[in-house]
Design a protein. Structure first.
Length: 491
């Protein structure tokens, strides 16, 4: 069924506490989506973030980000006092997330809530039992990180780095309070998440989530499941992930994530991946698999290389993994993020999987040669985007593209004299045969450079910070979106 949605991460919602959360503004955004005739809310990964604040580099594939826990809801629970929240200066600029302030202040406030919660600890027991496959090791992992001053697990003492039984027992006793605090954070995150998701469903809105193909070395996943990754006897990576040199980068991109031991994973039926996707299914209605092409073949770079130049392509698990996931989770829907270096084998895998592929309109308007991203080249089993979190906003794109490409876009889109280029691009996506069309919230609002979510390959502290301002989501905008949605049969 034809439908449409809006891409905006939870952190971009307005709130008085420095970052978007699972509270009032999230419910108001669901109301806005319903009024705008949108059936999907697409977000980025919601796991706990570390250095660089990227939601694509998290400490766990199953845990939730404690920064997203809404403080006002904790007040409603009787776990916080309003003055405990207002005593903190949460931001310098309401339009930007200040992760430094959050790092310094958020957990200390949440620990006050935890101190009051301990009197009602029995309510967490069933949650802990249901999530046992990841929660115990994650809570211990985070407690250990705190104990060792935030150091990565690869720098911990050997006994706990290798999870020796006596060390595990020792630290579980010594860090009992911190472990329980970490369990509490996850309990509160999932209580708030489930309430928001239920509200979204009641208002006809489903949630599209994002699953990065790789996980960081410094994660509970790698520490607790080392045999699932290509590590040596010292548990250092043998090879790491990246992408090869191309037109945009002479050195390629060296991501540095440890690679999976697909041979070993196949032997146990891809158990780790099944558990990971089951965790995603508890959060999302549709899962976008980031860097899907890595399932067909992945770029393997020897550990210690300074660039991605000296990597090689290695065959991935292909349909074996996809069949295993479908067999265990037959009702979970997927989107294949198939952007980037495409080969006939990758194209064939996407087609064989049955997952809808991605089309990005910002990539479509090349005046020199035809593009598969032009709407007239689509088949219906795809998701059309104005751009992703890694792209410029449409305003940025229109300002930076060459005059020849801009003129080509204007002619292709039949842009009217009173119509903005942003609305013309959105109209093309809405009118395409794609089963689903998704626009970034920034593109509906026609925002420029300051609203870009991420600049890939940079760590200058500007990424993942954009936030909505109060009053930007108006009834007039909702009505306009709804009218276009109905005009093109997506309501």
């Amino acid at each position: 069924m034809r439908s449409s949605g809006i891409l905006m991460h939870i952190t971009s919602l307005p709130s008085p506490y420095g970052i978007g959360t699972l509270g009032k503004a999230a419910y108001q955004f669901v109301d806005f989506l319903q009024a705008a005739g949108q059936r999907f809310w697409q977000i980025l990964p919601v796991g706990p973030t570390g250095y660089g604040d990227s939601p694509y580099q998290t400490f766990s594939t199953a845990a939730g980000n404690a920064y997203l826990i809404d403080l006002d809801l904790l007040v409603d629970e009787g776990l916080l006092q309003p003055e405990e929240i207002s005593a903190v200066t949460w931001f310098e600029d309401p339009a930007r997330t200040d992760y430094g302030i959050l790092f310094e202040q958020r957990l200390s406030v949440l620990k006050k809530a935890f101190a009051r919660f301990r009197a009602q600890e029995s309510s967490i027991a069933s949650f802990a039992e249901e999530e046992r496959f990841w929660l115990d090791e994650y809570a211990l992992f985070m407690a250990l990180k705190s104990h060792f001053g935030g150091a990565p697990w690869s720098e911990w003492p050997e006994d706990i780095r290798f999870q020796k039984p006596e060390a595990m027992e020792h630290y579980q006793e010594e860090l009992e309070d911190e472990i329980e605090f970490q369990r509490f954070l996850q309990y509160e995150f999932f209580v708030q998440w489930k309430a928001l998701r239920n509200y979204a469903h009641a208002h006809g809105v489903e949630i599209i989530g994002d699953v990065p193909i790789y996980v960081p070395l410094d994660s509970a996943d790698v520490w607790s499941n080392p045999r699932s990754f290509q590590l040596d006897k010292e548990r250092r990576p043998k090879c790491v992930a990246g992408v090869p040199p191309d037109y945009f980068s002479a050195d390629g991109q060296l991501w540095g994530n440890p690679l999976y031991d697909w041979v070993r994973m196949k032997k146990d039926g891809y158990r780790w991946w099944i558990q990971r996707m089951r965790a995603a299914a508890s959060l999302f209605d549709v899962v976008r698999i980031d860097h899907f092409r890595g399932i067909e073949s992945y770029w393997s770079v020897p550990y210690g290389e300074e660039t991605a130049r000296n990597g090689v392509w290695v065959k991935g698990p292909g349909m074996n993994l996809i069949r295993a996931i479908k067999r265990e989770l037959p009702d979970l829907r997927f989107i294949a993020e198939d952007l980037g270096f495409m080969t006939p084998e990758v194209i064939a895998l996407v087609k064989k999987s049955g997952f809808p592929s991605m089309k990005v309109l910002e990539f479509a308007f090349d005046s020199r040669e035809p593009s598969d991203y032009l709407p007239h080249n689509y088949n219906s089993n795809c998701v059309c985007y104005t751009g992703t979190h890694d792209n410029e906003t449409l305003v940025q794109w229109s300002e930076a593209t060459s005059p020849e490409d801009y003129d080509y876009a204007v002619r292709y889109l039949a842009k009217g004299p009173a119509e903005s280029i942003c609305r013309a691009v959105i109209r093309a996506g809405m009118g395409s045969v794609a089963e689903l069309f998704v626009a970034q919230m920034q593109d509906w609002l026609e925002l420029g450079e300051g609203a870009r979510m991420n600049h890939p390959g940079t760590t200058d502290g500007k990424n993942w910070r954009w936030r909505l301002a109060k009053g930007q989501l108006t009834e007039t905008l909702a009505k306009e979106i709804c009218e276009m949605t109905r005009l093109y049969g997506r309501a």
